[in-house]
Design a protein. Structure first.
Length: 518
């Protein structure tokens, strides 16, 4: 789909959708597109759209049709082409390509609505592609939530989730490391008991007289909840009250199966159990004089409930809760800090807008630096300017519009002090003054062009369109300097425009200077 966007002139900012087929354009209201500007013929031109092609035909207009600075009768239009009519420049835009519409304001530019929603084509560089994916693929999920829930509620919830995750991901590994260290120390302790059993009962173990084994010292050790000494068939030898029973407890069965599968292992098996207990198992080896080797003759399995483990668990819970409470306080402060830092520029804009509507302020001016609000602020300033213009047009009792003569004279005096090329336009963007250097540069004389529209006297319509666009931008920015680039005489130049604003808030005169780029 093609459309025309007015980028300069009285209808700057208007958009016209081109339907499939013929689209007539002119001053007459019977045209498909009406351009009510003096100098545009009643039926000025026709644009035919067929599939992805677009054709222009001049309908015998009195002032002609310029395409990219050249007079044309028939031509094929491409995306980005500029059609120049009297006091109006139209940009051809092919919407499906999601191009940026050249509708510049004092800061930045507006973008196509479809590109605003979907992000258009992903950028090439990987870092930008990651940002693009996060902004246009991930964030729409949260934007959808924001349509149902207030922003500050969502922000508070996200801060809380972030705090809990941050604490969990940082504290839990430390707590797990402490638990592992405790488990290792307990395993060493259990292995020491097994070695002590083997040392004290060396003779009985050599004769495989497990019923003679002394394990009374284990009962008196701190932290021992229960233990079993059993042979490789699972028959319990100690404690004496369990003699000749077979192991049934899940942990002891696990220890038996482990011993059968690892008969040569001298390692200690440590298993975390429920209720803060730790299970330790180790095989007991005895020397076999007939075979001349040491062999496994039984398994000692101990259930530990060390006081240190309970203390450590209590400390861990306390440390986690303390960290969570501290983080919650910091998160509350952080929420308030970011929240009020964010809404302050918005509140300022709202107060200034109320002042502007009451007539005590002309434009919105941001005190706080937040570049994301600049396009919105500029759009509001443009609306306020348009409201003032409509109000002035509709007020029959209003005093006569302020003259621009004194303002033009002020810029003329400034122009005489400028060493380089300079030009002065009046409030209607008609040529008022040029110095000699500017005459040689732009290709027309002050004497022959004074009082005439820049679009009419300039042979390069692209140059005239650039200057007019910078003038509009400067006027929208309350006279602030606007800069652009244009190639004059085959040499790139920087074009700078400043505006004198009248007491009635209208632009009264423009000073244009040129600087050759190095």
């Amino acid at each position: 789909m093609y459309k025309l966007v007015a980028i300069a002139g009285k209808i700057r900012g208007d958009e016209f959708v081109l339907e499939d087929g013929d689209n007539s354009l002119g001053r007459d209201e019977e045209n498909n597109i009406c351009i009510p500007i003096q100098g545009v013929s009643k039926r000025h031109m026709n644009i035919t759209v067929k599939d992805d092609s677009c054709y222009l035909e001049d309908l015998g207009s009195s002032n002609g049709t310029f395409l990219n600075g050249k007079v044309v009768n028939r031509a094929t239009l491409e995306n980005g082409d500029k059609i120049t009519l009297p006091d109006c420049i139209l940009q051809v835009v092919y919407v499906q390509e999601k191009k940026v519409i050249i509708k510049q304001r004092a800061e930045g530019s507006d973008v196509d609505v479809e590109e605003y929603k979907t992000g258009g084509t992903p950028p090439g560089p990987l870092p930008q592609k990651i940002i693009w994916f996060f902004k246009y693929k991930v964030m729409p999920i949260f934007h959808g939530l924001n349509e149902e829930y207030e922003w500050h509620y969502m922000f508070g919830i996200f801060i809380a989730i972030f705090s809990v995750l941050a604490i969990s991901l940082t504290i839990f590994p430390v707590l797990e490391d402490s638990k592992k260290i405790l488990l290792i120390e307990t395993a060493k302790r259990g292995g020491h008991y097994a070695d002590q059993v083997a040392r004290i009962n060396n003779r009985a173990l050599e004769q495989k007289r497990l019923d003679k084994v002394d394990t009374n010292f284990i009962k008196s050790e701190d932290g021992v909840r229960d233990f079993r000494l059993f042979d490789l068939e699972g028959r319990i030898v100690r404690p004496i009250e369990k003699l000749n029973d077979y192991v049934m407890d899940p942990f002891f069965v696990t220890a038996l199966n482990w011993a059968k599968a690892n008969k040569e292992s001298r390692q200690v098996k440590a298993v975390p159990l429920s209720d803060g207990q730790i299970g330790i198992a180790k095989q007991i080896f005895a020397f076999n004089p007939k075979m001349g080797i040491e062999e496994s003759v039984g398994v000692i399995a101990i259930r530990f409930e060390p006081t240190s483990l309970k203390v450590e668990a209590a400390k861990s819970r306390k440390a986690y809760l303390e960290s969570l409470a501290t983080t919650a306080l910091v998160a509350i402060f952080f929420f308030g800090f970011v929240y009020y830092l964010t809404i302050r520029p918005i509140e300022e804009m709202r107060y200034q807008l109320e002042e502007a509507l009451r007539g005590t302020r002309k434009n919105l001016e941001g005190t706080y630096l937040m570049s994301e609000l600049k396009p919105l602020r500029n759009s509001i300033n443009t609306i306020l300017q348009r409201m003032r213009e409509l109000s002035n047009e509709g007020d029959e009792d209003m005093e006569e519009e302020e003259s621009d003569i004194e303002y033009v004279r002020s810029f003329y005096e400034i122009m005489q002090t400028v060493n380089g090329p300079a030009m002065v336009l009046d409030s209607m963007k008609n040529v008022s003054h040029l110095n000699m250097v500017a005459e040689d540069l732009v290709g027309f004389r002050e004497s022959a062009s004074q009082g005439m529209s820049l679009l009419d006297v300039s042979r390069e319509k692209g140059f005239a369109a650039t200057v007019i666009e910078l003038c509009d931008n400067s006027a929208s920015a309350d006279g602030a300097c606007q800069k652009g680039e244009y190639e004059l005489g085959g040499i790139p130049h920087t074009v700078s425009v400043v505006t004198l604003m009248g007491r009635d808030s209208f632009a009264k005169s423009y000073l244009i200077t040129f600087a050759q780029e190095e």
